[in-house]
Design a protein around this ligand. Structure first.
Ligand SMILES: [Zn+2]
Ligand SMILES: [Zn+2]
Length: 312
């Protein structure tokens, strides 16, 4: 199917249920078709189906059969000792950084700057979580070096979002904990500046725990710890309502999963759309959000949940 760029709105097309972002894209593609080298079907933006199903979905920790989501007691959702070891090493490097921030602040009698740096790190972590999430939601596949398993894991998450609430703590965090260990340990060893350490502790800590914040945003209010609900309601952690918008068509907003504080700015100013245009015109790669949502992105019902009984 091809889409004429003259369309004012794509909402009327049944093929694309809701994708307002395609309108500016269509306009830009119209302009570019007259100024850039010829493409085989000029002035037409081809709407392609989203990713073709791969035989299996590979998560960071396991392989999930494409035939269905992991069951509640699936071993692929459980933590292993290697997962726990990576989370322990990540926490240790964060505590070393925090200790250096506190002792450095005490020695220099300088408390405000490390605290402000920590706040900046917390906000930046939210932004980085959004950029990373946007990247792996939109580009690459299971064969992509380094990020392939993460990409397929997040696509599985869009199909079966509730499974994240059943994933054990270390199973969910170990990949980020490993990255934090490698990134923060050299800074722990080489740097004694309390401002830098305050920034690193907050930023790396929020990035490492972002998958836990994400899991809580999929939780049921009555089953979450009251403190978590209070922090979500205060927008200290990403809220359930804000993240649920990410899991609704057209699946292209609210990417940030630490506090969600950056989401409004990024979505209102169409920052990711601008980045997608840069990537497209520089490398010719289309993000998945430009294509019509396929089965891989549409949430399936949780068949393991008890169904309400119909009384006749
Ligand atoms: Zn996503
Ligand atoms: Zn989610």
């Amino acid at each position: 199917m091809s889409l004429s760029p003259q369309h004012n709105s794509l909402r009327s097309l049944t093929y694309v249920p809701s994708c307002p972002r395609l309108c500016p894209i269509a306009r830009v593609v119209t302009c570019s078709a007259t100024t850039t080298k010829s493409r085989s079907s000029q002035n037409q933006l081809v709407i392609e189906p989203r990713l073709v199903s791969s035989p299996d979905l590979v998560t960071p920790n396991n392989i999930i059969s494409n035939s269905g989501p992991p069951l509640p007691n699936d071993p692929t959702l459980q933590s292993t000792w290697s997962h726990r070891a990576w989370v322990a090493s990540g926490c240790t490097t964060l505590l070393m950084s925090l200790a250096k921030a506190i002792t450095g602040a005490a020695d220099s009698h300088m408390w405000l700057e490390p605290i402000v740096a920590g706040y900046v790190g917390y906000v930046l972590a939210d932004l980085l979580s959004g950029v990373y999430h946007w990247g792996i939601d939109n580009y690459g596949d299971a064969s992509t070096p380094i990020f392939g398993s993460q990409i397929e894991g997040f696509q599985g998450h869009h199909k079966w979002p509730w499974t994240i609430t059943r994933r054990q703590f270390a199973n969910n965090l170990h990949a980020l904990a490993r990255s934090v260990t490698f990134a923060v340990l050299p800074i722990d060893i080489l740097c004694n500046d309390p401002v830098v350490q305050g920034f690193v502790t907050a930023c790396a800590g929020c990035i490492m725990f972002s998958q836990q914040f994400h899991a809580w945003s999929h939780g049921t209010k009555s089953k979450l710890p009251p403190l978590v609900v209070a922090l979500q309601d205060a927008s200290v952690l990403v809220s359930r309502s804000q993240h649920s918008a990410h899991h609704r068509p057209p699946y292209n907003s609210n990417y940030c999963i630490v506090s969600g504080v950056c989401n409004e700015f990024l979505d209102k100013n169409r920052v990711f759309e601008a980045l997608e245009m840069v990537v497209f015109f520089k490398f010719g790669v289309r993000p998945r959000s430009w294509s019509e949502p396929g089965a891989e992105w549409t949430e399936e019902a949780d068949e393991t949940r008890p169904q309400p009984t119909v009384v006749h």
